[in-house]
Design a binder for this molecule. Structure first.
Ligand code: AMP
Ligand code: ZN
Length: 113
């Protein structure tokens, strides 16, 4: 099975892309869990958070910068937003291409489900 997020990054599957550059993309989650629910991904296929190496530190920092940027563009930076990385089955990871969930536009609860 081909990776759906690689397909989106290569424009072989459609998505509502809100930001893209050489290394990363942000697009709307197809099944939003909040008024703003974006996914931020590296273009390069990385299956899970556990696959990251020291060499990816710069890339990870960049993904966080992209999150800040799209949160500001969506008008939720000051109000607040949540970033989530689900890693492996018990955390609920279903797509095995690293992604940050950016959730906002409503009050978030803690602990998460
Ligand atoms: P996770 O459970 O952390 O692996 O999150 C995967 C997320 O990807 C879920 O929130 C899905 O709704 C979302 N998703 C799956 N396929 C697509 C797609 N083709 N376009 C946008 N979002 C997707
Ligand atoms: Zn992939």
């Amino acid at each position: 099975m081909e990776c759906i997020f690689c397909r989106i990054a290569e424009k072989r599957s459609s998505a509502r892309i809100v930001y893209e550059d050489e290394h990363a993309l942000a697009f709307e989650d197809i099944n939003p869990q909040a008024p703003v629910h974006l996914l931020i991904i590296p273009r390069r296929h990385i299956s899970t958070n556990l696959e990251l190496t020291e060499e990816d530190n710069r890339l990870v920092g960049h993904l966080l910068q992209v999150a800040n940027r799209v949160a500001a563009e969506k008008g939720i930076a000051g109000r607040g937003f949540r970033l989530v990385i689900n890693c492996n089955p018990e955390a609920g990871q279903t797509v095995y291409h690293l992604h940050l969930h950016l959730l906002g536009g409503r009050t978030m609860h803690w602990p998460p489900g």
